[in-house]
Design a binder for this molecule. Structure first.
Ligand code: ADP
Ligand code: MG
Length: 441
């Protein structure tokens, strides 16, 4: 069982939601829009110059160390205010950059109702933060209200991925695949950080003494290795087992069988990372490995997951890197090896493109073409069908075509990476490199 960080208690927070007025964009399939750009001089209730001013400020690169610095337990009220003000120093700039990037898309693309929804979500979220621009958070009342704003932000943007996926698929005649990939890559990478910053403050708020009455609960003990949403003693093997159970379940539902999985190497390795990020990446990589294994009829061949942690360098381990006082370690590499037949040379160049998939769910498309790693698949159409059929959520085994590119974006967010090595006709090795900040004693 994985210890859930405090974010999972988010649903207990009263979500303060301020609805944006409905928009009437013409769809691309309907009559051409006669509307002019709706926010030529004003973004909803935000003025252009406010957005321009914020978007002109540089983005602050985010390190795990920055997020940990504000939340070492026990968390004092002062530390909580400092976390809130740190969050406030980052988020409006990040949201304004996204608004500008959306506005720089061709008008016909932003007019698509799904892309317009995303744009509207960003305008809404920035408008909820602007009242805090002029003042620092220095009392509990403001801090509680600010945390509610953070909860609203997380919730407002929770459905972004299937919405954007659908929007860009509907617009694919009007924008080049290269431009879509560039936009999505930048947008989804920025979203990872923005969401993390908001979730970190919510988690710190929930774990802070003023809010739990200073009473120590059994959960506090379980979560002692957490600083907000970051686990300083994360065991990759535990996450792998947890994801295996989930992916095995959906694999069995789809195909009636599930492959086995063995973990070898340093299965007791620990590191500092964000468990929800690792869960996302491993789930997507296991889905691909499970699907390839079953579709090539090799479910008797176990998927082999090897965890490798480099030997500790004594000088590096003893040298505290920063105010987090965690020694720097190079991190952990995880290899996921399947015997699912590998990836064909025709498919291989496309695997990192958003929306590319060789998966076609016959329940939805009635084509029965699964690609099987060899066919090349009609990526875009299949991805659109997958969004319609499975709701584009994480409970389908494949089909959105976001698993590899988004998994790599998560890994690279804190300096790691994903590499795919296909042995066509045999199987696939995927190397997931994670850079750790340090490890707890
Ligand atoms: P999706 O799984 O939704 O199709 P991904 O981005 O996860 O999207 O993968 C893109 C494509 O890469 C898959 O459709 C599949 O053709 C190929 N692929 C990825 N991993 C593997 C693997 N382990 N074995 C064979 N093919 C793979
Ligand atoms: Mg996948």
């Amino acid at each position: 069982m994985i210890t859930r960080p405090a974010t999972f208690r988010l649903r207990f927070l009263k979500v303060w939601r301020q609805k944006t007025p409905p928009r009437t964009y013409a769809t691309l399939t309907g009559e051409p829009s006669t509307q002019t750009w709706p926010h030529q001089s004003q973004f909803g209730n935000i003025h252009d110059d406010q957005v321009a001013r914020l978007a002109a400020k540089p983005l602050h690169p985010l390190a795990l160390a920055d997020l940990i610095r504000h939340g070492r337990p026990p968390l004092s009220t002062e530390a909580l205010f400092s976390s809130a003000n740190f969050t406030l120093s980052l988020l409006p700039i990040r949201l304004a950059h996204r608004i500008q990037a959306l506005r720089n898309l061709p008008f016909i693309v932003v007019s698509n109702p799904h892309i317009a929804q995303i744009y509207s979500n960003y305008v809404h979220s920035l408008s909820t933060l602007l009242p805090y621009q002029e003042r620092r958070i220095s009392n509990l009342e403001d801090e509680i209200q600010f945390t509610e704003v953070m909860a609203d932000l997380v919730q407002t943007h929770s459905n972004t991925i299937p919405t954007l996926a659908r929007g860009f698929l509907e617009c694919r005649r009007y924008i080049s695949p290269g431009d879509v990939t560039r936009f999505l890559d930048e947008h989804l990478r920025a979203r990872i950080g923005t969401r993390l910053i908001a979730e970190q403050h919510i988690a710190l708020h929930l774990s802070s003494k003023p809010h739990n009455g200073g009473v120590s609960t059994p959960q506090d003990h379980d979560q002692s290795s957490y600083t907000g949403v970051i686990d300083t003693a994360l065991r990759p093997a535990e996450i792998i087992r947890h994801c295996e159970a989930f992916v095995g379940e959906i694999c069995e539902l789809k195909y009636g069988v599930r492959p086995t999985l063995v973990i070898n190497g340093q299965s007791d390795a620990r590191m500092t990372h964000v468990p929800t990020h690792l869960e996302y990446i491993i789930t997507e990589l296991l889905k691909n490995a499970f699907r390839a294994t079953v579709e090539s009829g090799k479910e008797r061949e176990p998927i082999e997951v090897t965890i490798a942690a480099p030997p500790e360098v004594p000088e590096a381990a003893s040298r505290a890197t920063d105010s987090t006082h965690l020694p720097s370690i190079p991190g952990v590499t995880i290899r996921i090896r399947d015997r699912g037949g590998g990836i064909s040379p025709e498919v291989l160049p496309h695997i990192w493109a958003y929306s590319f998939t060789t998966f076609a769910d016959e329940d939805v498309t009635a084509t029965g073409n699964n690609g099987g790693g060899g066919g090349g698949g009609n990526g875009n159409v299949d991805a659109l069908n997958a969004i319609s059929g499975a709701g584009g959520d994480s409970s389908s085994l494949a089909g959105l075509g976001y698993g590899l590119p988004l998994g790599r974006a998560y890994a690279e967010h804190f300096g790691g990476g994903v590499q795919v090595q296909s042995l066509w006709g045999w199987g696939t090795d995927v190397y997931l490199k994670l850079r750790g900040l340090g490890k707890s004693g």
